[in-house]
Design a protein around this ligand. Sequence first.
Ligand code: SF4
Ligand code: SF4
Length: 74
Amino acid sequence: MWTNNVKMLNDNNREVSSMAYKITDACISCGACEAECPVGAISAGDDKYVIDAATCIDCGACASVCPVEAPQQD
Ligand code: SF4
Ligand code: SF4
């Protein structure tokens, strides 16, 4: 029987719900991205800033303000 549980996919054919940015080791902990995140997904971690993947809406604002391109699409 035909069901409607078709999953939404992004350009990489991955589920939209798994989309998030991740901060790489390039982060110099300047804090610029934290203020830019519209959903408060970014916080200071032990040795770099970290993104809560469950909160991130994949807007890319953090990547656009980061001086070292540390936030990368996961
Ligand atoms: S991509 Fe957008 S929502 Fe996700 S952490 Fe960066 S600024 Fe926040
Ligand atoms: S803007 Fe870039 S370098 Fe600065 S805290 Fe965020 S990820 Fe790290």
